[in-house]
Design a protein around this ligand. Structure first.
Ligand code: MN
Length: 243
């Protein structure tokens, strides 16, 4: 299966999760929350071929770590994958929105300079602002923006689709009625499974990368297609974006 947004390095025992990922042949996009974590993640992952490591700077950390944006942009030469980046407009992080926006604009600008980047974006309570930044950079100019765990309005979702965004959806998102409603509106040729583990949880336990397959029966029901067709679509979506 595929987990296109997972914080492998934040599990209590990353090595155990990584060896299970290797055994099961799960494809994982390992996002990071600071650019300094990128090299460490490469070492953790070693030669597990189906894991890709992304360089990120989580919007919740930007207030204290905005000076690391230069390192992130320099690291873009080493990876096609960027994340977790984005904006967070929830009450705790709204005060840093101006600096968050400045940092995201730099990152997306650097993605445009490199081109072809696959960018996993956080947009909690800031979907319109994130879409503004994607529009300024140009979605196709930067590569592929992927809105992870999208929780904005249906209207902004239509705008995201028009801008060319992709979406990663996980079991935690699909556990809510609103999450399922939004997933129904997403074009299935632009959706990938995720877990957001260890933050993404189900029944009080952190999701692991192989749990991403739990979205398949839910998406099958929402989209009115057999589960095997959905599985094939997800694999085909992955092949288009990952090399
Ligand atoms: Mn995340």
């Amino acid at each position: 299966m595929i987990d296109f947004h997972c914080h492998l390095d934040l599990y209590p025992k990353p090595a155990v999760v990584i060896s299970e990922v290797a055994k099961r042949g799960t494809y994982v996009l390992a996002v990071t929350t600071t650019p300094k974590a990128f090299e460490g993640n490469l070492r953790y992952v070693g030669d597990v071929s189906r894991i890709r490591v992304a360089v990120g700077l989580h919007p919740e950390l930007v207030k204290d770590r905005h000076h690391e944006v230069g390192l992130l942009c320099a690291t873009l030469a080493k990876t096609r994958y960027v994340g977790e980046v984005g904006l967070d407009g929830s009450p705790d992080h709204r005060p840093s929105m101006d600096i968050q926006r400045e940092v995201l604009r730099k990152i997306l600008g650097a993605c445009v300079s490199q081109g072809g980047r696959i960018v996993s974006l956080h947009s909690r309570m800031a979907a319109p602002q994130v879409l503004d930044e994607i529009e300024i950079a140009g979605a196709s100019a930067l590569g592929t923006p992927i809105l992870h765990w999208y929780s904005g309005s249906a209207t902004d979702l239509v705008r995201a689709i028009d801008l060319g965004c992709w979406f990663s959806v996980g079991p935690a998102m699909l556990a809510s009625r609103n999450g399922r409603k939004l997933a129904t509106l997403m074009p299935k040729e632009r959706v990938l499974p995720e877990t957001d583990g260890p933050f993404g949880q189900s029944e009080g336990r952190s999701l692991c990368p192989w749990d991403a397959e739990r979205v398949l029966p839910v998406l099958a029901e929402l989209w009115g297609e057999p589960e095997q067709v959905i599985t094939r679509t997800m694999k085909s979506n992955l092949r288009q974006r990952v090399s």
